[in-house]
Write a new protein. Structure first.
Length: 413
């Protein structure tokens, strides 16, 4: 039940606001409505619509609580909430609620009423059960939550920011249900339940912003390594299955998450795991065409050698490799050069070649037919055909699909 502060209480609040204003105080960021702004705790406590409200069965404190609060909708810019899908409310502990704007719109037509509770600097709230922090500095609380079926994960506390955003499915399409799944299928109901109950703490297949709990699809979904009975028990009462320091998940009893909704939620997690597996298989299998290149004429390269261009981005659509056949005429040599940022591998088909390399080309190596040669990136080198009568021929591959673009000539001092 709401009651407006008495005159003496208002005067006490004004004094508290003055104290808060003189020190570093908490700020609430509101973004995504066309203009970002920040509101201080003292400014909120000084508002004319500040009221004291009583919340029975507060899900954070698990008892009746009384708060100084302002109407949540009054804090938002004077705009049509229907223009946005979701209010993303980020907490200081990594909890990120994705609340449909329809929840807030329904408050204007008899639905649950949202309030922003503000922790007063000189009268801090008690610590949360089992935690070393309170729900402050800002806490979204609801009056008459049953009217809009508000779940416990839709009461974000320790709020740092509020932002109007697109819906989770629009921002992270990979969390959506496959198009061929029937409209009334359990997986689709499970998606709604996941956004309401799980997305504030967990990502799924990388979708989401929260990092309180693990991703429920990566690297492996819990439906793949837990029995259905064990997973249900974990969701209902996590501590009954396993415990660990700083355990945060409180569990979802049947009055909050009925059995049929729990079944839908598990069906959805299994569905996302299957879709992820199918994508991974698809990524390893391709139906692209094999490309055959048979060069019939040589070109002159930056290294002043005759080359037959085989595989490259231009000839085969290669994205990370090139391959050419190089011919060094009798007694000939290449222009000294290096390949900026790319590795080179060579197989000598014919002849004997001396390669001078390194700073000032002071080092040397001699290779002959059958040798494989590796040249690291950025190493200056200059091959020379040791025969005065026969050409030397080699196959050269490089990690650059645009074979000539990384060639840089090198002039020893």
């Amino acid at each position: 039940m709401m009651r407006i502060f008495a005159t003496t209480t208002i005067l006490a609040l004004i004094m508290m606001v003055a104290v808060a204003a003189s020190a570093g105080e908490n700020q609430l960021a509101i973004e995504g409505f066309g203009k970002a702004r920040s509101i201080s705790a003292s400014a909120l406590l000084a508002r004319n619509d500040l009221a004291t409200i009583e919340i029975s069965n507060d899900p954070a404190y698990m008892r009746t609580m009384t708060y100084a609060a302002v109407p949540f909708l009054a804090l938002l810019p004077d705009t049509d909430l229907a223009a946005f899908d979701t209010l993303e409310i980020r907490a200081t502990d990594g909890f990120v609620s994705q609340l449909p704007t329809t929840l807030f719109e329904s408050a204007r037509s008899g639905g649950a009423t949202p309030w922003l509770a503000i922790e007063m600097p000189n009268s801090p709230w008690p610590k949360l059960p089992g935690k070393n922090i309170s729900a402050g500095p800002f806490f979204l609380v609801w009056q008459h939550p049953a009217r809009s079926r508000i779940g416990p994960e839709q009461w974000p506390y320790a709020i740092a920011s509020i932002e109007a955003v697109a819906s989770p499915i629009k921002r992270w399409p990979n969390m959506s249900v496959a198009d061929d799944v029937p409209e009334n299928a359990p997986e689709r109901h499970g998606l709604v339940s996941f956004i309401k109950n799980c997305l504030a703490c967990h990502k799924i297949d990388g979708a989401g912003k929260a990092d309180v709990g693990p991703d429920l699809a990566r690297p492996v979904a819990p439906t793949e390594y837990m029995t259905r009975k064990g997973l249900k028990q974990l969701i209902r009462d996590p501590a009954s299955v396993r415990t660990w320091p700083d355990q945060k998940m409180q569990g979802f009893p049947a009055d909050i998450l009925p059995d049929d909704e729990l079944d839908d939620l598990i069906a959805y997690i299994s569905h996302i795991a299957r879709r992820r597996e199918m994508r991974e298989v698809a990524h390893t299998i391709s139906d692209k065409e094999i490309v055959v290149v048979r060069p019939t004429s040589a070109q002159s390269s930056k290294q002043r050698l005759r080359v037959f261009e085989g595989i490259s981005g231009k000839t085969a659509g290669a994205e990370g490799i090139s391959m050419i056949r190089v011919v060094i005429p009798p007694g000939g040599q290449a222009e000294a050069h290096y390949h900026k940022g790319y590795e080179t591998a060579i197989y000598v088909l014919q002849g004997r070649v001396e390669t001078r390399y390194g700073q000032q080309l002071k080092k040397s190596v001699v290779n002959e037919a059958g040798d494989f040669i590796f040249i690291p990136p950025d190493v200056p080198h200059q091959p020379r055909n040791l025969s005065s009568t026969e050409p030397a021929i080699a196959i050269v591959t490089r990690t650059d699909p645009n074979e000539q673009e990384s060639v840089v000539t090198y002039q020893p001092k």
